[in-house]
Design a protein around this ligand. Structure first.
Ligand code: SAH
Ligand code: SF4
Length: 351
């Protein structure tokens, strides 16, 4: 095991069989793995943790992912959409608090067509010139992604969810595995900074599936990777299943850091939901990004992707302070810059 971990650290690569072996036999070697991941993260990003302001602007969704509380068949959700003014107010408050990245996330909501989104993106860019915009609004056509990029969107988060086709199919009855991948490839081709990623502890997921997820990411080389534990939501078909664990998620974060040393890797809210210190633990496993919430408190509890999501009652300013305290206590420091992927940060010096 020690040899395999050293090989991974030195080459940033392991074969499928080797990765599987590491995942299956990691007990007793976790501290070494986490230390290697932290060392590598410090080599490229020091102790900086990048902050992103998350705006959950619509919880309408036309998709029916079995794991998600916002799926269209969940009739218990109180659906909402923020107006342009409300979204701009969130950005204004975020900007005042120092945020220079806004992540706009929603269900797949057809109401927000290209025209509406382009107008919104242009307004945000006009008012908050140096801020980066990240979209996380699901699958769209190449043309739509292209128009949004031209309007000023910098980054896009679209998790692949699982790299195993049979598992993907079992979780998404009316979605296409190949289209999800095509969307991620389109985003890459259009020069977005792209975030892929997956859930850990999905029902019926095996270590083989996880090894496949890691190698998919290695091949894709995304700028960002979102990894969080699956957390069951009672009003979904997976409501009775067990949650993923913080430990397994930490292992996946650390392995991702070793495979993709320069990646931007969020410590997700889902980890903080399972364990009060989950986000700090992620930072100590190679993560270097956090995404505090900027959504109005009046709608926070209605964006319940999974059960008991934390921070639903807290004002943006409170979240900002709370997260900073957690980052400092873990031995890291807040960085409020745009926080582009390091390859672009270097490039910018020459512009
Ligand atoms: N609709 C967009 C963005 C919002 S969902 C999309 O699907 O891409 C954002 C992410 O939440 C999803 O990619 C999924 O990985 C995660 N998610 C959904 N349900 C979850 C659950 N029950 N537990 C943990 N993560 C979940
Ligand atoms: Fe909709 Fe995204 Fe939830 Fe799937 S994961 S149901 S696309 S919000």
């Amino acid at each position: 095991m020690k040899n395999l971990l050293n090989k991974l650290r030195d080459n940033n690569y392991l074969s499928y069989d080797e990765l599987l072996k590491v995942i299956e036999n990691i007990d007793g070697y976790k501290d070494i793995l986490f230390q290697y991941a932290v060392d590598l993260r410090k080599k490229y990003y020091g102790t900086d943790v990048y902050m992103r302001g998350l705006i959950e602007f619509s919880n309408y969704c036309s998709k029916n992912c079995k794991y998600c509380g916002l799926r269209r068949d969940n009739k218990k959700v109180k659906r909402y959409r923020l107006s342009t003014e409300e979204i701009l107010d969130c950005c204004k408050e975020g900007y005042r608090l120092g945020y220079r990245t806004f992540v706009l996330q929603s269900g797949e909501d057809p109401y927000f067509d290209d025209e509406k989104l382009i107008s919104l993106v242009k307004k945000i860019k006009k008012n908050f010139n140096e801020a980066a915009i990240t979209l996380s609004i699901g699958e769209r056509s190449f043309e739509s992604y292209k128009k949004l990029k031209n309007a000023g969107v910098d980054r896009y988060l679209l998790r692949h969810e699982t790299a195993s086709e049979y598992l993907y199919k079992s979780l998404h009855k009316d979605m296409s595995f190949s289209n999800r991948r095509k969307c991620i490839k389109d985003l890459k081709d259009l020069n977005y900074q792209v975030g892929a990623g997956f859930m850990v502890g999905l029902p019926n997921q095996t270590n083989k599936d996880l090894a496949r997820d890691l190698l998919f990411l290695k091949g894709l080389e995304p700028e960002m990777v979102g990894i969080g534990p699956f957390i069951s939501h009672p009003d979904t078909p997976l409501g009775e299943f067990e949650n993923g664990t913080v430990e397994k998620t930490r292992i996946m974060l650390a392995l991702t850091r070793l495979l993709l040393p320069k990646v931007l890797l969020p410590s997700t809210t889902a980890l903080g939901t399972l364990d009060n210190l989950g986000r700090e633990k992620a930072l100590k496993s190679g993560a270097n990004v956090v995404m505090p919430n900027l959504s109005p408190t009046s709608v926070r509890k209605d964006y319940e992707i999974y059960k008991d999501k934390i921070c639903t009652g807290d004002e943006a300013a409170h979240c900002r302070k709370c997260i900073e305290g957690r980052i400092n206590s873990a031995g890291y420091k807040v960085n409020m810059d745009r926080g582009d992927h390091i390859s672009l940060q270097k490039f910018k010096k020459y512009i």
